[in-house]
Design a binder for this molecule. Structure first.
Ligand SMILES: [Fe+2]
Length: 216
């Protein structure tokens, strides 16, 4: 589903078989093993994660490529995500200037948020960035009272990092509710934050930044 959001749009999809696809157990085990890596447990919060603890493999994106670790080309979840990414690239208009068939992963990682953590407003690309073009977020684990994804109306594309979600007026915010099995794809230049994570259980997602070469 395409939702017009401020100056861009956001694509939202729900994976019907999120709880029983073939290979789920193995996928979950691999994700858990990433959060148990000493170089993840021992790493401080990323700069965007404030208010509570978070774990991330973003600093390992060169050595821990999530679509490879999770065998996206044979994993039903991975195939579903890749197909939705292709649809989103068309919905967001990248097919007009880019060869969306030649998707390239930029950074890919997994994130886990704990109670009271929120993500400061940020962009994944600013004016003049060559890549990434699009960001896909797949929610693996979303308990009740999880942090919400909030897009922010802000046209200053030179700003990579903004404020906390509550520093923006309500009419500047567009909230998307994460849920287990949901995929959200957005233009990498869209400013977004999260509200605070209020569950005692963690919220876990995987994030895939993609780029497309120009059309010849
Ligand atoms: Fe983000």
């Amino acid at each position: 589903m395409f939702l017009p959001v401020f100056n861009s749009g956001v694509c939202v999809f729900d994976f019907e078989n999120f709880n029983n696809y073939v290979g789920k157990e193995k996928t979950d085990l691999i994700v858990e093993s990433l959060f148990n890596l000493p170089e993840v447990v021992g790493e401080k919060n990323v700069i965007d994660a404030q208010g509570g603890r978070s774990l991330s493999t973003v600093h390992l994106y060169k050595s821990h490529i999530i679509p490879e670790l999770l065998n996206f080309k044979s994993n039903p979840l991975g195939l579903w995500i890749l197909n939705r990414i292709a649809e989103s690239a068309v919905m967001l208009g990248f097919d007009k200037t880019r060869n969306i068939r030649k998707l390239k992963y930029h950074r890919t990682w997994v994130n886990r948020m704990y109670r009271n953590c929120d993500a400061v407003a940020h962009r994944h690309a600013v004016m003049g960035s060559t890549i990434p073009h699009m960001v896909a977020i797949y929610y693996l684990e979303v308990p009740e009272n999880s942090a919400e994804l909030i897009f922010i109306d802000d046209n200053d594309f030179s700003v990579m990092r903004g404020g906390r979600y509550y520093e923006y007026a309500e009419n500047q915010r567009y909230t998307i509710l994460p849920k287990t099995g949901r995929l959200v794809c957005h233009d990498a230049r869209s400013l977004h934050a999260t509200s605070a994570h209020l569950s005692l259980l963690p919220r876990t997602c995987l994030i895939i930044e993609v780029g497309f070469p120009p059309l010849k």
